[in-house]
Ligand binder design. Structure first.
Ligand code: GDP
Ligand code: MG
Length: 182
């Protein structure tokens, strides 16, 4: 049976073993743009005023690398850093930790989430510096973002919820790929 297993992984049927479901959770301080990113990914639209206290799970069937996958996105809103983290720690298959590049406070605020994930050995982690369109008011350099990401073995991106849809979609699709182990 070992041999059959080996043959199967060399065969295109190996693709069928990829998870058809992917649960993504958005974590980070208030105001960094978690809801804006979730809404952009799911609707291609930027909603500038979104209920800051709304926490919900959205679902969308996506095609990532020719493979269909049900992507669920949990948009969280913690008012005081990571509390009740049990609700997403075992639910999520990948963790998107967000700060905004124009806010050093948000950069500090995302770190307790990274520590909580590290404490529970949770991976994969994607660290996102949002509001890249606010580059003029940047408080967090790209290399500070990269440094934090490498400390927690996270994949790092800077992006903007209010700019092009494809770069937002790319980040969510990369999360799916990380879950698939690609
Ligand atoms: P959340 O608390 O993390 O869910 O943050 P929201 O998604 O509610 O966004 C907080 C504020 O930042 C809102 O006024 C959004 O319009 C704004 N915002 C979110 N993403 C961006 C972005 O990429 N660029 C800019 N300029 N503003 C953004
Ligand atoms: Mg929100």
């Amino acid at each position: 049976s070992m041999m059959f297993g080996k043959v199967k992984t060399c065969n295109s049927a190996a693709a069928d073993t990829r998870p058809a479901e992917c649960n993504l959770v958005l974590l980070g301080g208030m105001g960094c743009g978690k809801s804006a990113l979730a809404v952009k990914f799911l609707t291609k639209r930027f909603i500038s005023e979104y209920d800051p206290y709304l926490e919900d799970i959205y679902s969308s069937v996506e095609t990532v690398d020719q493979q269909s996958v049900t992507v669920r996105v949990m948009d969280t809103c913690d008012q005081e850093g990571p509390v009740n983290s049990e609700r997403y720690l075992s639910w999520a298959s990948a963790f998107l930790v967000v700060y905004s590049v124009d806010s050093m406070q948000s950069f500090a605020g995302c770190q307790p989430y990274l520590q909580t994930l590290a404490l529970h050995n949770k991976t994969p982690i994607i660290l996102l510096g949002n509001k890249l369109d606010m580059d003029r008011y940047r408080q967090v350099t790209r290399s500070e973002g990269e440094g934090l990401a490498s400390l927690f073995h996270a994949t790092f991106f800077e992006l903007s919820a209010c700019q092009d849809f494809l770069s937002v979609q790319h980040v969510f699709y990369e999360a799916v790929r990380r879950v698939r182990g690609v």
